[in-house]
Design a protein around this ligand. Structure first.
Ligand SMILES: *[C@@H]1O[C@H](CO)[C@@H](O)[C@H](O)[C@H]1NC(C)=O
Ligand SMILES: *[C@@H]1O[C@H](CO)[C@@H](O)[C@H](O)[C@H]1NC(C)=O
Ligand SMILES: *[C@@H]1O[C@H](CO)[C@@H](O)[C@H](O)[C@H]1NC(C)=O
Ligand SMILES: *[C@@H]1O[C@H](CO)[C@@H](O)[C@H](O)[C@H]1NC(C)=O
Ligand SMILES: *[C@@H]1O[C@H](CO)[C@@H](O)[C@H](O)[C@H]1NC(C)=O
Length: 426
């Protein structure tokens, strides 16, 4: 009896957690309407479908194929994403509510407003109940016309999701001429300005920035730890890492796919990172609670703090903590990896990006640079050197490092159990 009782308590707790993700699937809903297949396809390509599915109260203003093709052909995907984002209202409007707007006019927040680059009223849509039962939509920017007219209601899941058809796209001033991100987006410059100077310098000095730039052509998502994150207690001394390990750590902070926040929120499987290779999984799991996203490396977790850039196919986020992969930091009681020289080359991904002199790589600004003997090519580090070798750790020095990771491990284990249980139950 009591076991059953506990089981049902767990089920209801998990159901409450699961309830934070809305149960609708816009792709499946629109697939029943061939006249919106282009719109639907763009929702998938831009990952806006994930964004819609991860929200509880949302109205999608759909356009038929003819309208979409007139718009889409001329513009890059990043611009189409901007335009379509204006068609996703963060409120619930059905036919009845459209005709019951108080004073006959209102502004609604759209998904565009959440992208961080919507000055003034650009991210809002004006909805006005016009004479003769017509409802007009337009940009909320002053002087814009109400050029889009409500034509019909397509689908409602009260009060979670509503799909309404309008006859013309809503265009905010400047939205069609927004520059498309290209290979020349200055990733390190943007991260530098976003309070991630340490990380920006690390990726530049190690050459990992070039790996990012190459990946960016097909899709790139970067999780850049803030400068505070590198100063936090329990962060391993990066100067004790070999160059290959440092490269792996930095590549671990990026995905080779365009994965904006809405897609992270709907992700269930572990995510491969740029560090993922045959020798190490280097993956990340994602946990979502409401609008908050947490990344779990298996050693520790980190909150997704802010979006620096979300522009197809590039996404730059800041995170609160350095992400510590289990492949480097999981098995050792020491905060720094104590990989033997035999194992480290095997777990070192992408050796082609290494500079010819790996030993010279740890950036000069990091506190005491590892002696040249710690290079992967050299033999075991001398036992008296200030290296990563955990056995040499002085008890007083070790306290910070050992305690923090084991505490984080306990946390990570607890959350993994919750994740595992939810897999079993659903
Ligand atoms: C939504 O529906 C589409 C098409 O039916 C399907 O391919 C996709 O996997 C579904 N997404 C989720 C998150 O269930
Ligand atoms: C609406 O969303 C909530 C969670 O936000 C969910 O619990 C509920 O089942 C959804 N309703 C419908 C009809 O899908
Ligand atoms: C919406 O636009 C119309 C026409 O430009 C304007 O009269 C109305 O005040 C606007 N509504 C709001 C809430 O700003
Ligand atoms: C990127 O920005 C940084 C800092 O703003 C600057 O030092 C660097 O020269 C820029 N790189 C390019 C290629 O423009
Ligand atoms: C441990 O560290 C303290 C202070 O940093 C130092 O005085 C002591 O000699 C060290 N002990 C060993 C065994 O290294």
């Amino acid at each position: 009896m009591s076991t059953l009782h506990i089981f049902f308590s767990i089920v209801s707790v998990l159901a409450a957690i699961a309830g934070t993700v809305a149960g609708h699937n816009i792709t499946a809903i629109l697939s029943e309407f061939p006249e919106y297949s282009d719109f639907n396809s763009y929702l998938t390509q831009t990952k806006l479908a994930d964004e819609i599915n991860s929200r509880g109260t949302v109205t999608v203003l759909v356009l038929n194929n003819g309208v979409v093709s007139a718009l889409a052909g001329k513009h890059p995907l990043s611009v189409i994403k901007g335009v379509l984002s204006l068609h996703i209202l963060l409120d619930y409007y059905d036919n009845k509510k459209l005709h019951a707007i108080s004073d006959g006019t209102t502004l609604s927040t759209t998904l565009y407003q959440t992208t961080g680059n919507a000055p003034g009223n650009v991210g809002f849509v004006n909805i006005t109940d016009l004479k003769g039962g017509k409802v007009g939509f337009g940009s909320a920017v002053a002087g814009s016309k109400l050029d889009s007219t409500y034509t019909k209601s397509v689908k409602q899941i009260p009060y979670n999701l509503s799909v309404l058809e309008i006859d013309a796209p809503i265009i905010a001033p400047g939205i069609l001429t927004a520059p498309a991100p290209s290979a020349d987006v200055n990733i390190s410059g943007l991260l530098d300005k976003a309070g991630c100077k340490t990380f920006a310098k690390l990726i530049t000095d190690t050459g990992v920035l070039k790996v990012y730039q190459t990946a960016a052509a097909n899709g790139l998502t970067v999780f850049a730890p803030s400068d505070e994150a590198f100063k936090a207690a329990g962060v391993p001394d990066l100067s004790t890492l070999s160059n290959a390990e440092l490269v792996a750590l930095l590549e671990y902070h990026a995905l080779g796919t365009y994965t904006p926040k809405g897609s992270l929120k709907t992700t269930k499987d572990p995510l491969s990172t740029l560090a993922t290779n045959g020798a190490g999984k280097y993956d990340l799991t994602v946990e979502t609670a409401g609008d908050s996203v947490t990344l779990d490396s298996g050693v520790a977790t980190s909150r997704l703090a802010s979006t620096v850039l979300d522009s197809t196919p590039l996404c730059l986020f800041t995170v609160d903590n350095v992400l510590l992969p289990t492949e480097l930091f999981g098995k050792s009681p020491s905060p720094a990896p104590s990989l033997s020289p035999e194992t480290s080359p095997a777990s070192a991904p992408a050796p082609d990006v290494l500079s010819p002199e790996p030993a010279a790589a740890p950036s000069p600004f990091l506190s005491p640079p590892a002696p040249p003997t710690s290079s992967p090519a050299a033999g075991p580090a001398p036992s008296d050197g200030p290296t990563a070798d955990s056995e040499n750790s002085n008890a007083s020095n070790a306290v910070d490092g050992v305690k923090a990771p084991s505490f984080m491990l306990a946390l990570a284990t607890t959350s993994s159990i919750a994740v595992m249980m939810s897999y079993v139950l659903f």
